[in-house]
Design a protein around this ligand. Structure first.
Ligand SMILES: C[S@@+](CC[C@H](N)C(=O)[O-])C[C@H]1O[C@@H](n2cnc3c(N)ncnc32)[C@H](O)[C@@H]1O
Length: 259
């Protein structure tokens, strides 16, 4: 499979809402300024840099599997902020951090039991985790649009062995999973962050970065543009209102858990 990477600059323009939610969470973290923090799926590092500013006597490590994102993030590195290209599924730290933070990323991780166990190992005693990621129901019009186009004769064969790229649990399901991973205290709650995009051009930026990336990666390059156009047409039809704005449901899972 041809790996299509995230485009850090396009993602930056398409991710205003993720960033807003992440900033709000960072502002509420009970930090003393001495913590060692890992940011899982740090993207281009803007929120990671905000975390570093909150812990001047501590340290933040941002990890991300995308070359493009880590290349962009590296420009923000400083005395207490560094970045490493690493897959969250491969992380293998032992009692290295006081806080594991993640914003708008963990729906890309399919095996959360394994990930939660790795996070537990990475935390020092009494360390804690604060995650925010997509919950069940997020982007339903995209799922329907792409699901329909994938079945069309030109594209169907390419998707024979396709694995759906995201895990988006409901709150109750995730609550059970976190408790069984052995955290001492855990609070899981869902949030409704449904969103009106100003027009279809703005909505389509979110379709391009990141939603379509795993789907385009399995198609021959010659078919990608047509696939994108057909998905864009389907999702626009499903989301656009009489005033030209586009409605997309976004639901979030929040986790605050202590080792
Ligand atoms: C929507 S972006 C969020 C970036 C940043 N946390 C923010 O809130 O702006 C999701 C990020 O997760 C990264 N990602 C996806 N799967 C990953 C994995 N298995 N390991 C590490 N990073 C991953 C992507 O490369 C991307 O940068």
């Amino acid at each position: 499979m041809d790996k299509l990477d995230f485009n850090a600059e396009q993602y930056r323009r398409a991710s205003g809402h993720q960033k807003e939610w992440g900033k709000e969470i960072i502002g509420q973290l009970p930090l003393s300024g001495y913590e060692r923090i890992i940011d899982l799926g740090c993207g281009a590092g803007m929120l990671t840099a905000e975390l570093a500013a909150r812990v001047p006597a501590g340290f933040v490590l941002g990890i991300d599997s995308s070359d493009g994102m880590i290349e962009a993030a590296a420009k923000l590195a400083s005395d207490n902020l560094s970045f490493s290209r690493m897959d969250i599924n491969d992380m293998d730290f032992v009692e290295a951090f006081d806080v594991a933070f993640s914003n708008a990323t963990l729906h890309w991780i399919k095996d959360h039991r394994r990930m939660l166990e790795a996070v537990m190992r990475s935390l020092r005693p009494c360390g804690w985790a604060r995650f925010n990621f997509a919950a069940a129901g997020t982007g339903k019009p995209f799922d329907e649009a792409v699901g329909q186009v994938m079945k069309r004769p030109l594209f169907a064969a390419a998707f024979n062995d396709f694995q759906w790229p995201w895990y988006m649990p409901a709150g109750e399901e995730y609550d059970e999973l976190v408790r069984s991973a052995g955290f001492r205290e855990a609070k899981v709650w869902s949030e409704n962050k449904d969103r009106w995009f100003d027009n279809s051009d703005v909505m389509i930026r979110w379709v391009d970065q990141p939603c379509l990336i795993p789907f385009l990666a399995v198609l021959p390059p010659a078919d990608r543009q047509r696939f994108r156009e057909e998905v864009v047409e389907e999702i626009t039809r499903r989301t656009v209102g009489a005033d030209g704005r586009c409605f997309v449901p976004f639901r979030r899972i929040n986790l605050l858990a202590r080792k």
